[in-house]
Design a protein around this ligand. Sequence first.
Ligand SMILES: Cc1cc2nc3c(=O)[nH]c(=O)nc-3n(C[C@H](O)[C@H](O)[C@H](O)COP(=O)(O)OP(=O)(O)OC[C@H]3O[C@@H](n4cnc5c(N)ncnc54)[C@H](O)[C@@H]3O)c2cc1C
Length: 508
Amino acid sequence: MKLTTIAVLGGGPGGLYAARLLKLSHPDAEVTVYEQGEADKTFGFGVGLASRTQRNLREADEASLTAIVDAAHPHEMSMRVGDDAVRLAHGELLGIGRATLLTVLQRFAQEAGVVMRFGERRSAADLDADLIVAADGISSATRSEHEAEFGPSVVFGDGLYLWAGTDYQLPAAVFTPVTTEYGTFVAHAYPYAEDRSTFLIETDEETWKRAGFDVTTEQTPNTENDEVSLTFLEEAFRESLDGHHLIGNRTKWTRFRTVRCANWHAGNIVLLGDSAHTAHYSIGSGTKLAMEDAIALDRALLAADDLESALTAYEEERRPAVHYLQTIAERSMAWWDDFPERTSIPVAQLLIAYVTRAGKVSLERFAATAPQVVPAGLAAYAGVTVDEVPGPAEVTEWVLAQPLSARSLPTRTAPAELRDAPGTVEISTQVRPWSAEATALVEGLSAAETYWLVGADDREAVLDRLDLAERIRRSTPAVVVAEVPAALRDVAAAALVSERVDLVAIGS
Ligand SMILES: Cc1cc2nc3c(=O)[nH]c(=O)nc-3n(C[C@H](O)[C@H](O)[C@H](O)COP(=O)(O)OP(=O)(O)OC[C@H]3O[C@@H](n4cnc5c(N)ncnc54)[C@H](O)[C@@H]3O)c2cc1C
């Protein structure tokens, strides 16, 4: 379809990439990006780009992707708990400074003929254009100004995070907890330049309050750093920082906001990227989602005859992918919120729990790609030597076949008679595992010897059941059994290794 004027609100990765693609597809149109900030000033440190993002971006626009990859920093992944550490070679992880990414995207937008208007904050109502792309980020004013049309919901996470950096290149991405007198803080850190790494630190609300950071957060203006927290954390993470400093950039404690919207378009305004949806940072996909939205919007506008059909098609195309990643992100956020309770698990086993936490990566697939970690994790789970662990294709059955010594049971598949045993209580529920309802259920449990969890057989319901099983397992000394359909045996095996459940009852 023909467009004469396109206004893009917001010069983040979503807005800049959309502007370039749209200008290339509509060379006669006037495409303008309005960005409230200056060209070379931005918030944040590095962001991670996963491999799939790169394939999608390459198909859409090879030139900009090549420049992004050239400016990015490949790295490996590691996990460290105390002195116990594992490192995972992972050829496809990339980190890139947010400022660097934006510089590359600004250049490509300008080369395509996009007009950049920096230092100009605008609202959709100020703009007169055939199409207004509202890529104005997580706090989108466009979304709020048109609340009735977009139907947004914003859910705040339980935990708090602080996005900082450090002035040296970490040898690999590292996930590591530190326990202090106030409680546990967990760092997610990765290198993104020769002299910079992202150092994101999270904690739970009680620890945050005990450390007095509720007060320092309150006292820190949005334009400044919470220096008290940064000084404390620099000391707490001294070993991981190898004597380097933590640096802030408007850094203060925040709760992650998960944004969802009932509609992503209204009239000639379309939401794109974080303005429409967010996914917890622990799956490193926000930039990917914003840029993939841009690709879908561009394609929908080329294919349709009128704006309404194009924007409807864009939304229909993107909703399933966004929903899928938001579901994974929700599980990932909950996993990290509870992370301090898992630090007694041997670290190779913990890394398996991390990679399989949201049901996206199967145990077999991880075993095939990480021979330096998975056998050690499985050996720790079974209490055997690494030589006794089979190859990737056999790991699922092998995990299920291990004994539960504490109950003198020969395998991890629950015997049918256990279900009717006098000490067994059946729990049949569909509650979301992190809901207040689930908390009430866990807190109200009587002292049974065994809890046997049943419910629906679809994948999401089974993953929910296993997450609830883990909560019950952590709060009671009982043996916890979850029913899992035969088609999800691999999910059952991953849950056993991750210590989310003691036994599984495999259905038909
Ligand atoms: C702590 C943290 C860590 C993250 N780590 C990762 C990661 O590792 N990998 C990853 O892929 N993603 C990560 N993300 C997410 C990622 O930063 C965002 O998803 C991504 O930047 C979204 O792009 P966007 O273009 O939609 O919005 P933004 O990048 O937020 O850009 C919006 C732009 O709009 C401008 N703006 C807003 N309102 C107006 C207005 N009215 N007029 C003019 N300009 C306006 C803003 O100044 C801003 O430049 C992380 C996010 C957080 C919070």
